[in-house]
Design a protein around this ligand. Structure first.
Ligand code: AMP
Ligand code: MG
Length: 411
């Protein structure tokens, strides 16, 4: 059954994502950071290799460096004339018939072009016995085989991973120019909300969304202000929003975005800013509002805890990634066999919470994480993926293939 009367004015998530994306411009402003504090930040300027990597030819093994011209058709002996240690090169040039003891990372001496592993030779004082079939030009690392001087080391827009920081350091770069942090404020709205740690009176609940949001916003690219809880009072919400908009790039609220008598978010945004979209054909998360207040982007998330989670991950995250200058904002999704009955009315795209696993044969399977109400936190706590059911889709029976999105993976 399609709940048409409730879905006609709703915007599809694909359309909403397009509209939001085209309303956003990447934030301007950079900062210089040392590598110590740059993990997960986004490069605003690409980095060029100042040197070749490796900068000198060296050994990939502990063994003996020699010249391949000395290789015989059968086994043969060479005279060891010295040692090349990592960081302490052997300075002389090898002559024919000679070899040098060498360790991993040590400079390949002049006159040598090959290394044999120490396990393959027999040592008798300074006479080193090489076996039949000794290979030429093995176990060496050549200049620039990793990166060439002046090549692009990392492009602009790259989010710096652990190995990126290692790559920069290996090239001697100790500072990077990254996008400044996005200044994000968030607060909860609702007369019923009390802070964790206080006593609840009848009808009151703990403000859990603020914990969820604070954790979702815990990201080195964001500078976050937690503005607490604001009561369902139009003037107070309006004032809090206007003030936050003056000193932040993004303001996020939860609650009060729907059509109840105490839901003021949409009205306020109409008055002090501009509503770009409101109400999406998704479940959970229908009453989402997006717009701006002067130069500040605004996301009014619904109040139900799982609507907050789903709209943040599906709508806000790609937007914040885009603002950060990231270009890989499409989450990885793939098909899995569903082993549960899933209940679904046609009309809205659903992001049901599931538990994804992989069989011994490598096939992906998913089951429902449990009750799917947008107030049910425990099922989402057990989940590790969304099961994404298209707008027109109805119920799913066991054995059907469904689209899944594991949490926190991006292409
Ligand atoms: P609302 O969108 O304000 O109508 O709220 C929808 C539901 O979410 C209601 O049951 C609220 O009590 C609940 N809710 C709203 N804000 C929060 C919050 N910060 N933490 C937990 N539940 C909330
Ligand atoms: Mg409310």
């Amino acid at each position: 059954m399609t709940d048409l009367c409730h879905t006609q004015s709703l915007i599809s998530i694909d359309q909403a994502l397009k509209n939001i994306s085209s309303a956003l411009s990447t934030l301007t402003g950079d900062e210089m950071l040392s590598l110590h504090t740059a993990k997960d930040r986004v490069l605003s300027v690409g980095c060029t290799a100042p040197i070749d990597l490796p900068t000198f030819a060296n050994s990939a093994m502990d063994g003996y460096a020699f010249n391949s011209a000395d290789i015989q058709s059968s086994d043969f002996d060479l005279l060891q004339i010295g040692i090349s240690w990592a960081g302490r090169p052997f300075k002389k040039t090898l002559k024919r018939g000679q070899c040098v003891r060498i360790f991993t990372g040590a400079v390949l001496p002049n006159g040598a072009d090959s290394v044999i592993m120490q396990e393959q030779v027999e040592i008798s004082d300074v006479t080193i016995h090489f076996p039949t079939n000794t290979q030429a030009q093995q176990h060496t690392r050549s200049v620039g085989e990793d990166v060439r001087q002046h090549d692009c080391l990392l492009p602009a827009g790259k989010q710096l991973t652990a190995i990126d920081l290692g790559l920069l350091a290996s090239a001697g770069i100790y500072q990077v120019q990254v996008k400044r942090k996005i200044r994000i404020a968030f607060f909860s709205t609702g007369d019923e909300l009390r802070p964790v740690g206080s006593q609840l009176s009848e009808g009151q609940i703990y403000d859990s969304n603020r914990y969820t949001l604070a954790a979702l916003l815990d990201n080195p690219c964001y500078q976050v202000s937690d503005l607490g809880v604001v009561a369902d009072n139009k003037a107070m919400i309006s004032q809090c929003l206007s003030q936050a908009a003056q000193s932040h790039d993004v303001v996020i609220t939860s609650g009060g975005a729907s059509v109840g008598d105490a839901d003021y978010i949409k009205q306020i945004l109409d008055e002090i800013g501009q509503v770009a979209l409101w109400k999406l054909a998704i479940k959970p998360g229908k009453p989402l509002a997006f717009g701006h207040i002067q130069g500040c982007y605004f996301f009014g998330l619904p109040g139900n805890p799982i609507s907050v989670l789903a709209t943040f991950q599906q709508i806000v995250t790609p937007a914040l990634r885009q603002l950060s200058g990231l270009t890989n904002n499409t989450p990885i999704r793939f098909q899995a066999i569903c082993n549960s009955n899933l209940y679904k009315q046609a009309g809205r795209q659903e992001f049901q919470r599931g538990v994804l696993s992989q069989t011994d044969a490598g096939e992906f399977e998913v089951i429902s994480a449990g009750k799917q109400g947008s107030n049910i936190l425990s099922a989402s706590s057990r989940a590790n993926c969304y099961i994404i059911l298209a707008q027109a889709q109805g119920d799913v029976i066991p054995g059907e293939s469904v689209l899944v999105e594991p949490f926190n993976l991006f292409l």
